[in-house]
Write a protein that binds this ligand. Structure first.
Ligand code: CTP
Length: 216
């Protein structure tokens, strides 16, 4: 399979030294890229600003903002059989970006924002026979929100995780996740035990392989 995987946060600059971002470190996405490459798949990894080494055999494209990520994924989607969006894409960006460092005294106390494009939703019309996988990092009710995103974004699979647990989510090497998918309109749920991110990644790649073979 040819896999397009996204990872890490995006950065939304306000001026040359300040940005809006989030706690994503890219570990989960890099683990997916590594697991897929290890099983012989061709992997392109679109990464936000992270400090992780590129897994062997993986083609890496570095981006900064959500709009860069959309452009990078859009350009490569037609060569892919599956898109796995582990990236924590910033939903908002500053409405204006200054080319020079903003001075404290001249700054407004209210930051005007505008919405970023949703990568999965934007590319939904180009999905064709490709598999689309999303990740839902939640602090509330992970399964309810994940199911909503699975349906709204038209995904084949969503990986739900509760990032309020100390052993799941940002900057740790383990994850407690549930796979949610739809089969003939009914929700399929697979609760995985606490696993390393490498193990979650391997399970995800197996899920994709299985789904692909069922469809062949
Ligand atoms: N995603 C995306 N483009 C965005 C935001 C999110 O493609 N602008 C993708 C993420 O990579 C992830 C999935 O959508 O695979 C769910 O992301 P999440 O941040 O959990 O959800 P949001 O759609 O941003 O919804 P909310 O902020 O309401 O939780």
């Amino acid at each position: 399979m040819k896999l397009l995987v996204t990872a890490g946060p995006t950065r939304e600059y306000l001026d040359p030294v300040r940005f809006l971002s989030n706690r994503s470190t890219g570990k989960m996405g890099f683990a997916v890229a590594r697991a897929a490459a290890a099983r012989g798949h061709l992997v392109t990894l679109v990464a936000g600003p992270v400090s992780l080494p590129t897994p062997g055999g993986v083609r890496r494209v570095d981006i900064v903002s959500a709009r860069d990520m959309l452009a990078a994924v859009k350009r490569r989607l037609r060569f892919a059989d599956a898109l796995v969006m582990t990236a924590a894409v910033a939903d908002w960006r500053p409405a204006s970006v200054s080319s020079v460092k903003l001075k404290k005294l001249g700054m407004d106390r209210v930051l005007a924002l505008e919405p970023n494009p949703d990568v999965l939703q934007t590319l939904r019309p180009c999905k064709g026979g490709r598999l689309f996988v999303g990740f839902a990092a939640e602090t509330g009710d992970p399964l309810r929100e994940a199911e909503r995103k699975l349906r709204v974004k038209g995904l084949d699979l969503i990986v739900a995780n509760d990032v309020s647990r100390p052993d799941s989510g940002f900057a740790v090497d383990t994850n407690k996740v549930t796979f949610l998918s739809l089969a003939g309109g009914s929700l399929q749920r697979l609760d995985l035990p606490l696993l390393t991110k490498d193990e979650v990644a391997a399970r995800l790649v197996e899920w994709l392989e299985q789904k692909r073979s069922e469809e062949a």
